[in-house]
Design a binder for this molecule. Structure first.
Ligand SMILES: Cc1cc2nc3c(=O)[nH]c(=O)nc-3n(C[C@H](O)[C@H](O)[C@H](O)COP(=O)(O)OP(=O)(O)OC[C@H]3O[C@@H](n4cnc5c(N)ncnc54)[C@H](O)[C@@H]3O)c2cc1C
Length: 485
């Protein structure tokens, strides 16, 4: 009997756990360790942030779902990985600390034969002074952040209804943040909410981001097919903003957020200020902060993890100039190359390089987006690694045969612009592959037949359908595995 431990029950970890149990059946054990007792469909937090969905619409309790599926669940936080075991026992384990009410703080060793690190990001608000929902800006990264943000938005609307004018700033809170797509979607939803509340004329909406130009999305921008012609994501996003009278600032690293004032540095080295009443700024991500130790208890964190805390896998991490990076450098099997029974998926793996061109201001401040890690590739990695591990267990082999490289996978993206069965709208985009490959696709780096963007009601229906489908799938309801990642 083999035991697979999965750290994290988010998009990638939950997918991996569900498929592993399905593939391995009762003969083998699957254990999930995650500090939060609830699963969250994070993309729909955007709607919680404008009051279009409630927290209970986007979350559910994991324990009953796992119990029914035969998956062991420990509501706990992983702290350290001991891939060689310790002096008492050769068996690899993870040290964890419980976070649930009954056992808070209780420590335990969770032994494993195979380990999947799916711990997602640490939301690194501390990287920017004054950033974050405990300080001077808002977020929609978690349900509780989105709920708080929605409360602030409602207060703004009440004030605007009394005739006051308000300044909204939405974007990224650091020169190296990622997830511009989520901030962009939130901007669109705030705009629509203000229009519906009849107060849009009282609001000034400003986008701020670390992108070189609009529509970069951490992917170096995209050439998209639209209605039969090819355009750039810059034109696509700028025209959406222009149409809705939203102004934008790009090439910006936010240095400090004070109550109602943002201090930022631009790529040409200027320091500027921007006043606000409401600021939703996404933080940069780092790894979850796991440590690793050898048998003697010596710290080997730097051999398993990159300096940014993400886990090293089968990528090419050689140091080379940006121009020399190739799509083949991206990991395929997601297997750690020192400990072949460890994998990292979703946001938890260390990307080999940035996709958007790295740039620095004359003051030496890096200002460029980190690579995006969207849900579709994350879930695909979960299923791929589940297939590989199930195969390895069955064959007694250490070679994973399934691959899910972001240079070979595409990603759909539905940016909702508003809700409502007939009045809703979404910008639907698809990118293939996520990491451009100029060898295979010399003109645009991507397959232009599969990289497209359209705006319309159909996109809103698809986005809404995906919300219900993914929640259905995550709840492991009958036939869940037929729903694609
Ligand atoms: C506001 C927002 C909107 C988004 N919208 C979209 C969208 O429309 N489409 C899209 O494709 N993607 C979207 N994304 C991105 C998508 O949410 C991520 O790609 C996806 O969640 C990544 O999955 P993951 O499993 O790597 O991480 P997560 O889903 O974040 O899961 C990480 C898990 O690890 C757990 N964990 C953390 N630390 C530990 C620890 N020490 N021990 C054990 N467990 C731990 C966490 O509690 C969590 O359960 C959005 C992201 C945000 C923030």
């Amino acid at each position: 009997m083999s035991r697979v431990a999965i750290l994290g029950a988010g998009v990638s970890g939950h997918t991996a756990a569900s498929f592993l149990k399905k593939f391995l059946g009762k003969k083998h054990e699957v254990v999930v360790i995650s500090p939060n007792g609830k699963w969250n469909w994070i993309p729909s937090n955007i709607w919680v942030g404008v009051g279009a969905k409630q927290p209970e619409d986007v979350t559910f309790e994991l324990a009953p779902v796992y119990k029914k599926a035969g998956i062991e669940f420990k509501q706990a936080k992983a702290l350290g990985i001991y891939p060689e075991g310790d002096l008492q026992n050769n068996k690899p384990f993870v040290s964890v600390e419980y976070t649930n009410e009954e056992k808070t703080g209780v420590a335990e060793k969770v032994y494993y034969d195979y380990l999947i690190n799916a711990t997602g990001p640490k939301l690194n608000f501390a990287a920017t002074e004054g950033l974050g929902p405990d300080k001077n800006s808002l977020s929609v990264c978690t349900v509780s952040h989105a709920t708080q943000t929605c409360g602030e938005l409602k207060k703004m609307i009440q004030d605007m209804k009394k005739g006051k004018e308000k300044r909204f700033v939405i974007g990224t809170g650091h020169g190296m943040a990622t997830c511009q797509g989520a901030a962009f979607e939130y901007m669109m939803n705030v705009n629509e909410t203000l229009v519906k509340a009849g107060v849009r004329d009282k609001a000034k909406l400003t986008w701020i981001s670390n992108e070189f130009e609009m529509g970069d999305f951490g992917m170096g921008g995209i050439s998209i097919k639209r209605g039969g012609y090819i355009t750039s994501s810059k034109i696509f996003t700028e025209s959406l903003f222009a149409e809705k009278e939203i102004s934008w600032i790009t090439k910006a690293h936010i240095v400090k957020v004070e109550p109602e004032k943002i201090h930022y540095e631009t790529l040409n080295g200027d320091f500027k200020e921007l006043d606000f009443d409401f600021a939703m700024l996404l933080p940069p991500f780092t790894g979850a902060g796991l440590k690793a130790y050898d048998k003697k208890g010596e710290d080997i964190t730097s051999s398993l993890f990159a300096p940014n805390g993400f886990m090293k896998v089968d990528a090419n991490y050689a140091t080379k100039p940006y121009e020399e990076w190739k799509s083949e450098d991206w990991p395929k099997t997601l297997q750690n190359q020192i400990y072949k029974n460890i994998f990292a998926i979703g946001i938890a793996f260390a990307p080999p390089h940035a996709i958007s061109k790295p740039m620095k201001s004359p003051n030496g401040t890096p200002i460029f987006p980190a690579p995006p890690r969207t849900g579709t590739p994350s879930a695909m990695m979960g299923k791929t690694v589940a297939l590989s591990i199930a195969g390895m267990i069955k064959k007694g082999d250490d070679k994973p045969v399934y691959t899910a490289s972001m240079a070979e996978k595409g990603a759909p993206c539905f940016v909702s612009i508003g809700t409502g069965f007939f009045s809703g709208m979404a910008a639907s985009m698809a990118v293939y592959p996520v990491v451009p490959d100029f060898k295979r696709f010399p003109d645009y780096g991507r397959n232009i037949s599969l990289t497209f963007g359209e705006v319309g009601l159909a996109g809103h229906w698809i986005k809404t359908m995906l919300h219900y489908m993914f929640l259905y799938k995550a709840k492991l309801k009958p036939g869940w595995f037929f729903i694609p990642e």
